[in-house]
Design a protein. Structure first.
Length: 300
């Protein structure tokens, strides 16, 4: 058995988050979270760029219930590479209350894709953040899209704001729904109507298949753990302009944060600051994720 040693500067998730004061609408979905290991059961990938603390399915489901969510979307973590076993195990243990976003390679077999789909996978994730992965050439990702598009899966992309212009033609070539992680990681020290964020808004305006996760103020804010006020105009702009193409998630267990670990209960309480009406909250937390991830049983 391989013993994994957690990175010395790794911050582990808050084991006892507060209870939110914001009451989530019935059927709410945490549409972006992860599972790590446990490493002795689901080993971390040899090529990983970080070694996290264990954060398994039992802890994730306990958090789901504590916060008041009905369902999860579990995104494959880069520390597990293209071995989706930990994520699939969580999906199968969820009694239909979780869907997954996988990492696959262009050589993935039809049998593997069928197995992942049966388990509840509905998308693949492409990570272009160089401190986390070593990105491949564009053809690598196009070959994967050719494999997953017939299944009705979508593509999730994680990139830094400065990479959007370079990747624009690749992203707009995908025939699937495209979901952008964490608002495209804007620089929130710049104006919300500045050149950088305007490019992202134009990306969504010109491509109706593009969605965005309005997630991770703790990653984008320069204010630290108190308030995240500098991020609010950015989230509000996207939710206001594209109410039917936004998703929200905790990002539990908050990988690779270096300065503080957020309280998941307070992250839930941040939602009404960015989605300010009951209708916007229901679309963000229920209607949109159900349409994307549970469309085979969505009737709303």
């Amino acid at each position: 058995m391989t013993t994994f040693v957690v990175d010395r500067d790794w911050l582990c998730f808050d084991p006892s988050p507060s209870t939110p004061t914001f009451a989530l609408p019935p059927g709410a979905v945490d549409a972006h979270c992860h599972v790590f290991g446990p490493g002795d059961e689901f080993p971390f990938a040899p090529e990983r760029k970080y070694t996290p603390c264990d954060a398994g399915k039992d802890q994730l489901f306990a958090l789901r219930d504590h916060l008041g969510f009905a369902r999860n979307v579990i995104v494959q973590a880069t520390c597990h590479g293209a071995n989706n076993d930990a994520m699939v195990d969580a999906l199968r243990a969820s009694n239909g209350r979780a869907r997954g976003v996988a990492t696959i390679e262009p050589t993935a077999s039809d049998d593997l894709l069928s197995e992942l789909h049966e388990a509840g996978v509905r998308g693949v994730r492409f990570n272009y953040v160089r401190r986390l992965v070593d990105p491949e050439d564009d053809g690598y990702y196009q070959r994967i899209v050719e494999k997953i598009a017939p299944l009705g899966w979508h593509v999730v992309v994680y990139f830094e704001a400065r990479d959007l212009a370079e990747k624009w033609s690749l992203f707009t070539s995908f025939p699937t729904t495209l979901v952008v992680d964490h608002l495209g990681r804007p620089d929130v020290s710049q104006p919300v109507d500045g050149e950088g964020f305007n490019l992202f808004v134009r990306f969504m305006e010109e491509n109706p298949n593009v969605w965005s996760k309005v997630t991770c103020p703790e990653r984008l804010s320069e204010n630290g753990p108190e308030g995240f006020a500098d991020t609010v105009p950015f989230y509000q702009r996207i939710i206001g302009a594209f109410p039917d193409r936004v998703l929200w998630g905790t990002d539990w267990p908050h990988p690779n944060l270096k300065f503080f670990m957020p309280d998941d209960g307070r992250l839930v309480d941040f939602i009404p600051r960015i989605a300010t009406t009951a209708q916007a909250q229901r679309k963000l937390l229920v209607d949109n994720p159900m349409r994307l991830y549970w469309k085979d049983e969505h009737h709303g």
